[in-house]
Design a protein around this ligand. Sequence first.
Ligand code: BT5
Length: 300
Amino acid sequence: MSRRTIEEKRSSELEDRLRVHLADWNSLPKNGIPIHAFESVSSTMEVAHTLAASGAPEGTLVWAQRQIQGRGRLGRVWASPEGGLYFSLILKPGRALTEIPQLSLVAGLAVAEVVRDVTGLSGVLRWPNDLLLQEKKVAGVLVEAKTSDGFPDADRSVLNTQRSTLYAILGIGINVTSDPLTLPDTATSLAAVNPGSLPVLKNEGRMDAFRNPQFLYRLTGELYRHFHAWYDIWSCQGFASIHEALRPWLGFLGQPVHIVTGASRFEGTVRGLDESGKLLVRLDSGILKVFGMGEVTLLR
Ligand code: BT5
């Protein structure tokens, strides 16, 4: 999507509504947060890449009511009907390229905390980028880095440590009131999990609160603030504090799983994260293996 098409498709009405909920955020950048909001867009990732390549500042928010070609990792599809929260943030992390995949965990932590705050339910983070509620996926996180020598996704950034990160795009998708029929069987939404309380919206009825369009804007504001608080800590201090805060959220600890990376499949027991956010798994053979990427599924 070209810069011109982006400008033509922007919705100033949506941007104004979002701005209300981001107005009290004044840490970054100086003149308020640049917001690009759309009723419908191919993918907020694609738009954010175009904007970042043409110099949009760190903190720029790209937001959509629905996506036509929402994407996950490795070219997978992210179902993006109306009723979900979809946004991407432009980041210019001052950390080493090898640390960029940690952003997925930084964002996952923020998503888990905000979802708990608004639903009263504690989810489980499935390394490296999913939030599960009642064993179904309610949110996903995607990190794509643009480096000085090309355009790999962050998972492969370890291959050449001489490269530097020009920018990273963080994408977050949360199913809020999305119709379950439009989602994969493995997915759920905030409205579907029947939460007990909604501290953020305590003066409104629970289901009504989810179904109120204002809720999406408020959720965006909460998430933006929450993510940036952890992002600032990560930027200044590295992964150690994130590692600590993630501990109670990490799913499948001590449980048997299988992990698929590329064409390989492993079975073992999750032991936790190493100091750089990679997954530690005790394989059935007894070897402790470190995974930098992969799909983790619980073995029953
Ligand atoms: C992810 O990938 O979980 C990353 C999702 C990131 C989505 C955001 S929305 C804003 C921004 N713009 C985009 O275009 N993307 C980002 P992955 O781990 O590869 O998971 C993809 C898998 O999750 C799919 O293969 C399905 O099995 C499942 N899935 C697809 N849509 C889903 C949904 N809406 N809810 C839950 N699971 C879904």
